[in-house]
Design a protein around this ligand. Sequence first.
Ligand code: NI
Length: 255
Amino acid sequence: MLIDTHCHLYDEAFRDDFDAVLARAREAGLEACVMPGIDRACHDALLATADALPGFAFPCIGLHPTSVGEDWQEELDFVRQHLGDRRWYAIGEIGLDEYWSKDYVEQQMRVLAEQICLAARADLPVIIHLREATDDFLRVLEEVRGVDFRGVMHAWSGSYEMYRRLLGMADFKFGIGGVVTYKNAGVALALEKMSLDDVVLETDCPWLTPVPFRGKRNEPSYVRLVAEKIAQIKGLAPEAVGETTTANARRLFNL
Ligand code: NI
């Protein structure tokens, strides 16, 4: 059995064939998926999906760095205001993204630090999105030093050295997805040395589709391809990868 710890199942990419996507996911051995929020705009669709699939699709709330713009204060207030509404499974996805835009880097850093503190107070994990902003991320981690939080580095593609460094700074797991199946993926090298106890599986569907479906829409059933690739890299049976990563995900998100 497998858990997809990063699944945008509420995305409109799945609107037309939702039931078929779900059937394939269950057939592939998926027992649960964690759905990260992005901003106010996705909130209703995310909750509708969570309510339609109790015990399977677990909702999260958070302000994504690429949604930090002019109205960032209203967006952050929205997260604060809705935190007490229901049971959430993480604050996420949150983080820094200097690939798409550098216009609001300062605000992204502040929004990230505040949401890490919110998560610590609520005893929830964080889901971290980090793209081309490692130095600023390390600055934020310094800023929140002493805050007792846990979380997952989503779509992890860093080096073994950075993995070790981050483990020394907070209680992190590392989300491995379709990128690991790409030719010359650096993360495959890092994975050889990483402990499977630090790894959770994810798809980030409908994006980051694994080989051999790269270029098409990603979907939750493809998490199985990620498990198989990790098994191949670590010289383990896919079932062993499933068992360990599922236990890691259950513990991290309290599923
Ligand atoms: Ni995502």
